[in-house]
Design a protein around this ligand. Structure first.
Ligand SMILES: N[C@@H](CCC(=O)N[C@@H](CS)C(=O)NCC(=O)O)C(=O)O
Length: 209
């Protein structure tokens, strides 16, 4: 199994965490987003959407991190990412989608590039945009979390943690003040005590340079 990845891609980071949690044998294939390799012929032949990540399996190449994560959960049931009864599973998805569908896409590289190149937004305003949408999302997410658990929904990592941790990493990179979100910050710190999470972190990737 091959994962097309970039060290700072938070969607790829999600899948790296899941592969580690499930101890699935895999190879990481770097695709440099800053060199626009995701738009190159080779990568587009794998994933025509031109976005990271993509997972190459014996069955074919799959894009979209949430689809990949659910596929891995079904095919490698050890250490389930979506667990519990129907209600608990829905809670996991609720938190995961709050990050992956509502926060991440507005702050994606191509959106930030469009702000700079097409709308002539300067770096300061672009970073303000980034922080704003993370803060709006984290403010609401914080209300959905409780202090009883080490992870988003219980006492073991789920899809929600797999989505949240990369988003917090990026938020810190853009100087979001995490003291405003103590529950999110505590979950982030706790997850990073696990090798599956810390090994998947951007600074620990071979392509981190
Ligand atoms: N919904 C997609 C989002 C994928 C995505 O936006 N990937 C980013 C990296 S985190 C990317 O490839 N960006 C390249 C670009 O914006 O040109 C997923 O979850 O896989």
């Amino acid at each position: 199994m091959k994962l097309y990845t970039y060290f700072r891609s938070s969607a790829a980071y999600r899948v790296r965490i899941a592969l580690n949690l499930k101890a699935i044998d895999h190879e990481l294939v770097p695709v440099n987003l800053l060199k626009s390799e995701q738009q190159g012929e080779h990568y587009l032949s794998k994933n025509p959407q031109g976005l990271l990540p993509a997972l190459e399996t014996e069955e074919g190449v799959l894009g979209q991190s949430l689809a990949i994560l659910e596929y891995l959960d079904e095919t490698y049931p050890q250490h389930p990412l979506i667990y519990g009864n129907a209600w608990e599973k829905a809670q996991i998805r609720n938190l995961s989608y709050a990050v992956a569908c509502d926060i991440h896409p507005i702050d994606n590289l191509r959106v930030l590039k469009y702000l700079s190149t097409e709308l002539a937004v300067d770096d300061e305003a672009k970073n303000k945009w980034y922080r704003h949408w993370v803060e709006v999302g984290f403010e609401k997410l914080e209300l959905l979390l409780d202090e009883k658990h080490d992870f988003c929904v219980g006492d073991k990592p789920s899809l929600a943690d797999v989505c949240l941790v990369p988003q917090v990493f990026n938020a810190l990179r853009f100087n979001v003040d995490m003291t405003a979100y103590p529950k999110i910050a505590a979950i982030y710190a706790h997850c990073n005590t696990l090798a599956a999470f810390s090994d998947a972190a951007p600074q620990n990737q071979l392509d981190a340079g």
